[in-house]
Design a protein around this ligand. Structure first.
Ligand code: NAI
Ligand code: MG
Length: 505
């Protein structure tokens, strides 16, 4: 039996005798590196477009680099699809829809979707490594959250494919046709799964575009889809930036647009499709209020707040970026949060000890820095962890702002980084008014010991998802989506199916 003191997860030390945790935030103390091996991932130096079941060169013959944001090194280059490429992909999807996919029996559809889920599981390690390399998120998250949750979405919707009469009792359902899907860089594989799985299960075909900074796991998914034997053209994956996305949105033969990303682009899309036959779901930004009442289990709440805002570097639309603490416990909570961020490990995304990885892109880092400056100018007090940051790549220390006014831009606007704005309140009515005073309404959190308070709060708060005594929990069976400028339509669960069918009786 070793008698030496063992480290605990937070960099403190466990005294063997009493087994109590004594936290000593000694910055010289650290874990030995535990990097995941890159060799388990096969990445080609160049990727073409995945159209009609084949890899095809882009019409323009143009390619662009995707880099590792943790060291700014090039990982691979991917195609820049133009209008002609998008047209080719839409034609392939239309042809597959008319000739194969809408005619195939629902039971057969289910088998394919199920097979894709199994193949994601089989290649989970490789997908997790590529996700962390391409996007900067800690391997612990891509391994334990992104990839398994992506597989779960395919499993879940495979289950519905041949049971649509139970999903929509006494109604006839028909697929919409060709779905154009545009996804962001914060959960690249998971967002692809969220969008592709319900579309396939309901009999639609797909043209999907991943974000320009994180295209690689979607291209790996294309390999999986090819190997799964899914009929050609049912899923097409095209890479490119905003112009490629716009070509999908504006293509006349697309029946449905599903978009996750910024509110600005969401508005452009809405304007572009106004007056057309296209259906749309938009999942946009957020500025979630996480509310701690004085009777909450404070240590648990602090962990939830940390998870809520620093998870995935705060690149989460439902991140708990506004913390409302009841005045009587505010001092205590702020002290605990400051201690806790000091122990978060910032660094190599491939290291299994890392809590906070790299910011996804230089552009996003600039946005975050802009808001740090705004916060200080607005008179808020900034506190950052004292951790050192790697020399290359895009990094931001976990940050807390206190003394934040309700009207401050850092309390109103989406920062999409590891930055928490802390505000205080006295009464239930006051905090509900403050929490709802936002252009967004995607998610929220409530921490209290009283069940009745939870019900009272959740009833009065305008947010699509409200977590009680927990935060950032997801399940394929529960719908996700927002109010106001956070978008409309729901993804996940039974609701996620209805976005891909028309009810004909
Ligand atoms: P973005 O909205 O520009 O990018 C999301 C996707 O839309 C990407 O695939 C992009 O190529 C595509 N796109 C860009 N312009 C388009 C257009 N005109 N038509 C069709 N598709 C288009 O987001 P960006 O610039 O990367 O991030 C800006 C801010 O957006 C972030 O700081 C964050 O606040 C928010 N955001 C929210 C996300 C969410 O999950 N709701 C995800 C990503 C960003
Ligand atoms: Mg990248």
């Amino acid at each position: 039996m070793p008698t030496t003191k063992k480290p605990d997860r937070r960099g403190g030390k466990i005294t063997p005798k009493s087994n109590t945790i004594k936290l000593k935030f000694d910055t010289s103390w650290s874990y030995a590196p535990a990097p995941e091996s890159k060799s388990a991932a096969t990445i080609k130096p160049q990727y073409d477009l995945f159209i009609n079941g084949e890899w095809v060169k882009p019409a323009s013959n143009k390619y662009f680099d995707t880099i590792n944001p943790a060291n700014e090194e090039k990982i691979s280059q991917v195609s820049e699809a133009n209008t002609a490429d998008v047209d080719k992909a839409v034609k392939a999807a239309r042809n597959a829809y008319e000739k194969v996919w809408k005619k195939i029996s629902p039971k057969e559809r289910a088998k394919y979707v199920f097979r894709i889920a199994r193949m994601i599981q089989e290649r989970a390690r490789e997908l997790a490594i590529i996700e962390s390399l391409d996007g900067g998120k800690p391997i612990r998250e891509s391994r334990d959250f992104d990839v398994p949750t992506a597989a779960n979405h395919f499993f879940y919707y495979a289950g519905w494919a041949d049971k649509l009469e139970y999903a929509f009792p006494n109604r006839n359902t028909e697929p919409l046709g060709v779905a154009g899907q545009i996804i962001p860089w914060n959960f690249p594989l998971l967002m692809a799964a969220w969008k592709i799985a319900p579309a396939l299960a309901t009999g639609n075909t797909v043209v999907l575009k991943p974000a320009e900074t994180t295209p690689l796991t979607a291209l790996k998914l294309a390999e999986i889809i090819q190997e799964s034997g899914l009929p050609n053209g049912v899923v097409n994956i095209v890479t490119g930036a905003g112009a490629t996305g716009a070509a999908i949105v504006n293509h006349p033969d697309i029946n449905k647009i599903a978009f996750t990303g910024s509110t600005d682009v969401g508005k452009i899309i809405q304007r572009a499709i106004a007056g057309t036959h296209k259906k749309v779901t938009l999942e946009l930004g957020g500025k979630a209020a996480n509310i701690i009442f004085e009777d909450a289990p404070l240590d648990q709440a602090v962990e939830g707040v940390i998870n809520g805002i620093y998870f995935n570097q705060g690149h989460v639309c439902c991140a708990g970026s506004r913390l409302y603490v009841q005045e009587s416990v505010a001092k205590q909570v702020i002290r605990k949060l400051r201690d806790r961020i000091e122990s978060l490990i910032v660094g190599d995304p491939l290291d299994k000890n890392t809590d906070i990885g790299a910011i996804n892109s230089r552009q996003q880092l600039e946005t975050i820095h802009k808001y740090l400056k705004i916060g200080k100018e607005e008179g808020a007090e900034m506190y950052q962890s004292s951790c050192s940051l790697p020399g290359k790549g895009f990094w931001c220390r976990p940050t807390i702002f206190t003394n934040v006014a309700q009207s401050a831009r850092i309390a109103q606007e989406e920062i999409f980084g590891p930055v928490l704005a802390i505000l205080t309140f006295r009464t239930d009515d006051e905090v509900i008014e403050k929490a709802n005073n936002s252009p967004y309404g995607l998610s929220a959190g409530v921490w209290t010991d009283k069940g009745s308070k939870i019900f009272n709060m959740t009833k009065r708060m305008r947010a699509g998802v409200i977590w009680a005594n927990t935060f950032n929990k997801f399940d394929p069976s529960s719908p996700f989506g927002g109010y106001k400028e956070s978008g409309f339509g729901r993804e996940g669960g039974l609701h996620g199916l209805s976005a891909y069918v028309s009810l004909t009786n």
